[in-house]
Design a protein around this ligand. Structure first.
Ligand code: ANZ
Ligand code: ZN
Length: 878
């Protein structure tokens, strides 16, 4: 009697793979003829505590892809590493005093152990961890390269200050005005900060999305983040200060409808403008209030509009109108020019502001309900009409109410433009502005430069020295790495804890040799993870970050797999790095990730798993109870892997039962064929699993089922990520094996008696079972590699991972008969085995000849017979 014992099977095979370094791939393999280098990569984990089920799913997906591609003949790179700088280890250090390195290394050890227990096929010789000097030395080198090529800038900037984390946050890390991790309201501070000029690449980052195979929703998120807007920059003149103020507008066609002008509270000229006017005090108060306030709602469409008159006016360049100037917080300083022309007739936010402050609203584009070409004017809330407005427009129906944000012909503008469709006017007004020197076409991006300074300890030191005489001086390459020193106190006190490491800070200037101080900010950890996939390709290289000859061969990553939470930042930064480093000439990789798969979350009772909710499932416990193969197969069987799915303990048990059955059938069939399995698992006299030569009847059916499964699983795995239906197909095949096996055993083909006792018919039966079973375990190998290795060896004496992926034989897929479903009035009454070649008429005849059908038809009139070839016949009677 056979028992499936994953606790015995799994470590045994893991030892084989480890001893033989089965998953190791040497770069020398790239030089072999006919090699197709394939790079399969899952996002590297952040090592904190132990892995959770999300990790299990991520690596189960990646491993299935890696195994499948290897067995299809590709040379596969499948590495692993750790994103090991960052806040949790540091916050833990602040609480416990334990060095972040210790907590991080302990967590890495736990991740490594579990990845091994899961049997993930990783080339560990390429492991990296971003906190180790042999890695961050090259992170610093990249920073210096970017510095050398003008892509690093130090600027004083209004930054997001997280008062709880006591560090600067990138815009991307501020969610609804609060720190992403701390949840604290973010404050604005002016600080000297390091920036990477990702905005130089905005257009290419946008355009090249068209060259990669990513989920459409991820591309959309990136496009929105980059946020390209095409429009014009228009100059408005202020007479009192004799100053020009530019605005960015996407709608120069509405210029004639501008009725006021608005500046952001942070605009450097706001106070200067108000100075000496009656409004000075009110403006001062408003600006102070907005700078101190919660910034999260700034610019939100539904927020109550507030602002204050500046006591000044600007002149509209197209018609000489004097527009009152306002300061209002719905205008943001970090977009466009920080000032806008307000067109309340056609913009909702301007309209809301105009209503709140009783400002004129002027219509300059006619809607569908307006008699085209006629001058129309509508006042919001009885606000004053603009001077040149024709009074008395007819009341417009609702869909034409102001603000009107649609298209249409221009009205109330200028004789040269009135009647012209606004989309045309957009271009001609832009041209006119340019010839008059009052503006020019302009493109704006929402994307901001990447702020990489962090006032924290546990990060990569920025390789810069500050000298009183020479200013900012990069650390020479041959002095890298700048090693992160040990400190006593990790608590940030408004500046980096590194500032307290005085001996480390005090250094000499590489240029003049005079006394100098090291930069004490560390790099955003997103910098570390923007290039790790390059390092994997040449991880052992201690003379360079990588050898382009090697790295350019492996890249781009053929299949990248990770959570959708990284859809914007990580992916955008990594894309930027590859483009910049390629421009610099140290790489030739335009896009790092050719194909991207974003996995869904595993939830519990519909909710996200979290420690605070106490609803987590620890992979370690699942693996201890059921084995890694059950855990891995289950998370892939759970549903389409790009979707969220609920964890269920019964589900894992069900998968475990399925694996037990399959393994037992394999062990039994092997033994019936004469295989002898020793105590240590070695197999002698394996029977082999070649299919019987001329199978008949049930044996033929079983072979057909096996080839059907090969065909189905291959299609499901070939770029479709349909793991759940692939597993279901193997389950179906296992059911067919079970049925055939029961019949053979009942016929007297006693499996325990060995091959000799079996009759000739039984021998064919067992051969068919062995073929089907070997096929089932072979197809399951990407999911359950241990079980597959063990069962396949018993059946064939061979190593499954060295076997090519099975190919379905066409002659078993083609059938000469099929099962015809016969219905009367839509109810199934019979199932007939009929020739595939039967015509419609023949199918109808066969159906009507069935006794079971006749029983429901006799005595009635057949009014219609519906035939669906290859499937069913439905008889309609009256
Ligand atoms: C006049 C106008 C008329 C506008 C109209 C829109 C509609 P996107 O598409 O997102 O690029 N704007 C410009 N800079 C701004 C800032 N710093 N803060 C707040 N709003 C700003 O948006 C561009 C439009 O947003 C610009 O075009 C400007 O308003 C506003 F019927 O100008 B528009
Ligand atoms: Zn100097």
């Amino acid at each position: 009697e056979h028992r499936y014992e994953p606790r015995e099977i799994e470590p045994r095979w893991q030892r084989v793979w480890e001893d033989e370094q089965t998953w190791h791939v040497d770069n020398a393999a790239l030089d072999e003829a006919g090699v197709d280098p394939v790079y399969v990569l899952e996002m590297l984990p952040y090592p904190s505590g132990e892995p959770h089920v999300g990790h299990l799913k991520n690596y189960a997906i990646g491993d299935a892809v890696a195994h499948f591609r290897r067995r299809r003949g590709d040379t596969v790179l499948h590495p692993m590493g750790f994103d090991s700088f960052g806040l949790p280890a540091e916050n833990n250090a602040i609480k416990t005093g334990q060095h972040p390195r210790e907590a991080t290394e302990a967590s890495i050890a736990s991740f490594q152990r579990q990845f091994r227990d899961w049997g993930v096929s990783i080339d560990w010789s390429r492991e990296i961890a971003s906190h180790r000097p042999e890695y961050y030395r090259w992170t610093q080198w990249i920073f210096l390269k970017l510095f050398e090529h003008g892509l690093v800038e130090r600027r004083s900037a209004a930054v997001n200050w997280d008062p709880v984390e006591e560090t600067v946050l990138a815009n991307e890390q501020v969610i609804d005005g609060r720190g992403e991790r701390s949840g604290a309201l973010v404050e604005i501070r002016q600080l000297e900060q390091w920036f990477l000029r990702i905005t130089d690449y905005a257009q290419r980052l946008l355009d090249d999305l068209d060259t990669i195979e990513w989920p459409e929703h991820v591309k959309t998120m990136q496009r929105n983040w980059i946020g390209r807007s095409q429009g014009a920059q228009v100059v408005f003149h202020n007479d009192e200060l004799d100053a020009d103020y530019e605005v960015f507008t996407t709608r120069p066609d509405t210029l004639f409808g501008a009725t006021f002008f608005v500046m952001a509270p942070e605009h450097p000229d706001v106070l200067r403008l108000a100075e000496g006017t009656e409004q000075e005090q009110a403006v001062r108060e408003y600006v102070n209030r907005s700078l101190a306030g919660d910034r999260s709602e700034r610019g939100a469409a539904d927020k109550q509009k507030t602002g204050v008159f500046l006591g000044r006016h600007v002149v509209n360049p197209v018609n000489g109108d004097r527009l009152p100037m306002y300061v209002a917080d719905y205008v943001l300083m970090d977009y466009g020019t920080g000032a806008i022309m307000a067109v309340p007739g056609h913009d909702q936010r301007d309209f809301d502001f105009a209503q709140a402050y009783d400002l004129p609203v002027k219509r300059v584009i006619a809607g569908p309900a307006d008699p085209a070409g006629e001058s129309l004017e509508e006042a919001a809330d009885g606000g004053p009409l603009s001077d040149d407005a024709a009074a008395g427009g007819s009341p417009s129906p609702d869909d034409d109410a102001l603000p009107y944000v649609g298209d249409g012909p221009l009205v109330n503008s200028h004789p040269d433009f009135d009647g012209t469709h606004n989309r045309e006017a957009l271009a001609s007004i832009s041209d006119w502005l340019a010839t008059e020197g009052k503006g020019q076409a302009s493109i704006n991006f929402r994307l901001r430069d990447w702020l990489v300074s962090r006032q924290r300890y546990w990060g990569c030191p920025i390789p810069i020295v500050h000298c009183d005489r020479c200013g900012v001086v990069p650390v020479p390459e041959d002095q890298l790495p700048v090693v992160l020193p040990d400190v006593e106190d990790y608590k940030p006190k408004g500046k980096s804890p590194l500032a307290a490491a005085e001996e480390w800070v005090a250094t000499s200037c590489p240029t003049c040799g005079g006394p100098a101080r090291r930069e004490t900010d560390t790099l955003d950890t997103f910098v570390d993870s923007s290039w790790y996939f390059l390092r994997y390709t040449d991880a052992g290289n201690d003379g360079a970050a990588w050898d382009p000859a090697v790295t350019n061969r492996w890249l781009p990553v053929d299949q990248y797999i990770g959570g959708v939470e990284h859809a914007i930042l990580h992916l955008l930064y990594a894309r930027f790095f590859c483009k910049a480093l390629s421009d610099i000439g140290v790489l030739d990789v335009n896009e790092p990730f050719q194909n991207l798969f974003t996995q869904g979350m595993i939830t519990k009772d519909g909710a996200k798993m979290s420690k605070s909710k106490g609803n987590t499932v620890a992979p370690r416990e699942i693996v201890e109870r059921f084995g890694a193969d059950s855990a891995r197969t289950y998370v892939l069987f759970l549903g389409p892997p790009d979707q969220d799915a609920d964890w269920s303990d019964e589900g894992v048990e069900g998968v475990n039962r399925f694996l037990s059955r399959l393994w037992r059938f394999a062990a039994e069939a092997a033994e019936a064929g004469g295989a002898v399995v020793a105590q240590d698992g070695t197999v002698s006299g394996a029977p082999g699993a070649t299919a019987p030569v001329d199978p008949q009847g049930d044996d033929l059916e079983l072979l057909r089922k096996a080839h059907w499964a090969i065909d189905k699983v291959t299609q499901d795995l070939d770029g479709r990520f349909a793991f759940n239906t692939a597993v279901a197909a193997v389950m179906e095949l296992t059911n067919a094996i079970s049925a055939r096996r029961n019949a053979v055993v009942q016929d007297g083909g006693n499996p325990d008696a060995g091959a000799a006792a079996a009759t000739a018919g039984d021998a064919t039966g067992w051969a068919a079972i062995r073929f089907a079973t070997a096929t089932a375990v072979s197809l399951l190998q990407p999911f359950a590699p241990h079980l597959a290795a063990d069962a396949y060896q018993r059946l064939t004496g061979l190593r499954i991972w060295e076997q090519p992926w099975p190919v379905a034989e066409q002659r078993f897929l083609e059938r000469d008969e099929f099962e015809l479903v016969v219905q009367v009035q839509g109810k199934v009454r019979d199932r007939l085995t009929v020739p595939v070649s039967a015509s419609r008429e023949q199918l109808e005849e066969l159906a009507l000849a069935s006794d079971k059908v006749r029983a429901h038809v006799d005595g009635k009139t057949v009014v219609k017979v519906i035939v669906v070839p290859g499937k069913l016949v439905n008889v309609v009677v009256r």
